[in-house]
Design a binder for this molecule. Structure first.
Ligand code: FRU
Length: 536
């Protein structure tokens, strides 16, 4: 008896302790399990906790943090008066949501723009020997627009001395007024140009970009214009970016100009084209080996999917890292306001490293998912030397949901192949998304015509859309990411990219590889389940 009492006394604290930690875990799990689990909510892409989001803004790296600001309307899940929302990440994978950084003011709404670290305190806004962060954005005067003025957009700045947590708008705003009275006059991206030792701003002005320069981010002078006679002009130019980048495997540096356009993209609505050339501190000029000058194409698209818009690159990535890292808004103005989500609207693409490569068809940008994403991988399902003719059910072999997965495929096409090869995700309701390669046309394609909800816009899923394959050879390399409501294809090491969203009314739970019209040999296949990146 005594022993029994003793042992109860001995175990009691453990038993109650266990109970407590169990309770904590259970209640913790209850909170976690409902957070970010609404239908169509991405699990490892950045999306705002609630309400409307569009373009990424102010992307800058400082003191171990990647800042992501974004066009944000906190009062509704459709576009409205713009603020800058804010999040930070140490690794581009896990994001911490922070309070709104910039609110509309008497000069207008806060449209898209960029941010830099003013290392030498050229602006004089720094404090205590620490460099300030400077945000450069467009003020959009809604009243002015309503009153029929043409000069309702102009460029302004704000500064922060507490690692981007709070911001003060410059009393001398706007720093670039709209004296030419151009209606679309926006989206400044600022860089420090080592060559000319000055700040350079590129922004969109309707059908071209303008380059301006400044010694201190406050006083600006016009350098030059570019683009009236180049690229696609099916819509308004928006959200440019300009940066130097080395051609892979050479010591040579070229300059890249990214340029979003809406509408008029390759597959309809919003999209991003790019130009490769040189910048001499004043003018941007195209390089004779830039792809369209070699092939006669009108424009080269960064992404041939329908959902990668207004993307730009991070500023101030440390030299020892040296990467050029890009992020876009994963939607399209053709339907962004009406996609079937409630609590929040839209997500960003995965962060991608851009590389410049000399190819048979001239200089081209490659996009590759950043390596940090590998932390999300679970144990791989791998196969080698698998011939596919018809359909190969993968779902039953994987042992995890295809709704959140990464797929790497190396495929050998027989000489003169007539094959239509790809991956199909589906659900028991018969909804299906296909992403693949059509050898007859030598094109990649993305097909969401049967992938679930689509009635919200006739422009959403009218037809399968395509991307030309530019790489020669019979070995195809496909790198795919699926995240509940999106697919990103990086083909031929990122030479061709397609990003598309879709809305199955029940998560995709089945996956197969198919080869129609002939066989293909999948020399290597790796499939990883991907963890959610909502909380560690
Ligand atoms: C691009 C864009 C920008 C503008 C912002 C407004 O999607 O139209 O040109 O600054 O969105 O939210």
């Amino acid at each position: 008896m005594k022993n029994l009492i003793l042992s109860i006394l001995f175990f009691l604290p453990f038993l109650t302790g266990c109970q407590k930690s169990l309770e904590k875990e259970t209640s913790g799990a209850a909170v976690k399990s409902s957070y970010y689990t609404e239908p169509h909510r991405p699990q490892f892409h950045f999306s705002p906790e609630k309400m409307w989001m569009n373009d990424p803004n102010g992307m800058v790296y400082y003191e171990g943090e990647y800042h992501l600001f974004y066009q944000y309307y906190p009062d509704s899940n459709v576009w409205g008066p713009m603020h800058w929302g804010h999040a930070v990440s140490e690794d581009l994978v896990y994001w911490e949501h922070l309070p709104i950084a910039l609110y509309p003011d008497s000069l207008g709404l806060i449209f898209s723009g960029s941010a830099v670290v003013d290392w030498n305190n050229t602006s004089g806004f720094g404090e205590n020997g620490q460099p300030p962060l400077i945000a450069i954005f467009t003020h959009h005067d809604m009243e002015g627009e309503k009153a029929g003025r043409q000069d309702f957009q102009y460029q302004s700045i704000a500064y922060s001395n507490d690692r981007g947590r709070t911001w003060t708008k410059y009393a001398g705003n706007p720093v670039i007024p709209n004296t030419e009275k151009i209606r679309d006059f926006r989206d400044p991206k600022v860089i420090w140009d080592e060559g000319s030792q000055q700040w350079v701003m590129v922004f969109a002005a309707q059908n071209h970009v303008k380059l301006w320069a400044s010694p201190d981010l406050k006083t600006w002078t016009h350098l030059s214009d570019f683009g009236r006679e180049w690229g696609s002009h099916g819509g308004v130019w928006e959200c440019p970016d300009l940066f130097p980048i080395q051609i892979e495997n050479t010591g040579k540096t070229k300059w890249v100009l990214l340029l979003s356009i809406n509408p008029g993209s390759s597959n309809g609505g919003s999209g991003t084209q790019y130009f490769v050339g040189d910048f001499n501190g004043k003018n941007f000029t195209l390089d004779p080996s830039f792809a369209p000058l070699v092939t006669g194409e009108k424009a080269v698209w960064l992404d041939y999917g329908r959902d990668n818009y207004a993307g730009v690159t991070w500023s101030d990535i440390p030299q020892e890292d040296g990467r050029r890292i890009f992020l876009g808004w994963m939607s399209n103005w053709d339907y962004a306001n009406v996609v079937p989500t409630e609590a929040w609207r839209s997500a960003m693409t995965l962060p991608r490293q851009l590389k410049l490569k000399s190819t048979a068809t001239g200089l081209r940008l490659l996009s590759q998912p950043v390596k940090e994403l590998e932390v999300l991988r679970g144990a791989a399902y791998s196969r080698e030397g698998q011939t596919i003719n018809g359909e190969l059910d993968l779902g039953s072999q994987l042992g995890f949901s295809p709704s959140q997965m990464e797929v790497l495929l190396e495929v050998e096409l027989p000489e003169g192949a007539q094959t239509d090869f790809g991956i199909a995700l589906s659900n028991p309701k018969g909804e299906e998304y296909r992403i693949g390669y059509d050898a007859v046309q030598n094109k990649f394609y993305s097909d969401r015509t049967k992938a679930g909800a689509a009635g919200f816009s006739e422009k959403f899923a009218a037809k399968r859309h395509f991307a030309p394959r530019t790489s020669p050879g019979n070995t195809l390399r496909l790198h795919l990411f699926f995240d509940v409501a999106s697919c990103e294809l990086f083909a031929d090491d990122g030479e061709v990219v397609m990003t598309d969203i879709f809305f199955p009314t029940e998560n995709f739970s089945e996956v197969k590889a198919y080869s129609e019209g002939g066989e293909v040999n999948v020399s290597e296949m790796k499939v990883y389940p991907l963890k959610r990146a909502i909380e560690r």
